[in-house]
Design a protein around this ligand. Structure first.
Ligand code: ZN
Length: 201
């Protein structure tokens, strides 16, 4: 066992911080020390913000986003284009698209991707809810913003098949050269995908 140099309350704080993504035991120790030193300026407001989040944060019953109101801010925003639903695997993907101001549409969070190896099937994801939403006559396009992985793409194919009988456009994100990317550094799969999905200039 590692030698313990702080009281059990502080050790507990360090252990909890070490569970956060991107923080190992060493950086958790540093973060705990920083919080303790900034007790009034940082630790107290952080504790209050965590408490508020604990009490108020809910999963949106329409789209699966996380917010303090239900339905969420995006679902209730009348300025959003109601004709398109952007399908993402995770809330983190939704937030990433929002940060990029990529599209002013509504979203649908699946809660993962199909993964036979991990035992994740269609019933484990919010696919039924998506199909119901796609039956709204106002919806003209479903945009599959899923990972360019085997699981992401098989999920995209599965959803496309389910929406086949609808008068709806199903699109997916382009695969290819990243903005600012140099061809020489790309892997063969990405280069081949970029060539296949070339667009008129
Ligand atoms: Zn929502």
């Amino acid at each position: 066992m590692a030698p313990v140099s702080a009281g059990p309350e502080i050790e507990r704080l360090i252990q909890l911080l070490a569970r956060l993504p991107g923080l190992g035991p060493r950086s958790a120790r540093r973060a705990a020390l920083f919080l303790i030193k900034k007790r009034e300026a940082l630790m107290a407001p952080l504790a209050a913000a965590l408490q508020t989040a604990l009490e108020k944060v809910e999963v949106c019953r329409t789209c699966g986003n996380i917010d303090t109101q239900n339905p969420c801010t995006i679902c209730t925003d009348p300025r959003r284009d109601a004709s398109a639903i952007v399908v993402v695997a995770d809330v983190a993907d939704l937030w990433a698209l929002e940060r990029a101001h990529a599209i002013n549409a509504r979203f649908h969070v699946l809660g993962g991707t199909l993964s036979p190896l991990d035992g994740i099937g269609p019933d484990d994801l919010a696919i039924d809810g998506l199909v119901k939403r796609a039956h709204d006559p106002a919806v003209k396009e479903v945009i599959l913003a899923l990972n360019a992985t085997v699981d992401g793409q098989s999920t995209a194919h599965y959803i496309t098949d389910l929406l086949h009988d609808r008068e709806i456009k199903v699109t997916r994100l382009a695969h290819g050269v990243p903005v600012g990317g140099e061809l020489d550094y790309l892997d063969e799969g990405t280069l081949a995908a970029a060539m296949r999905s070339r667009t008129p200039f």
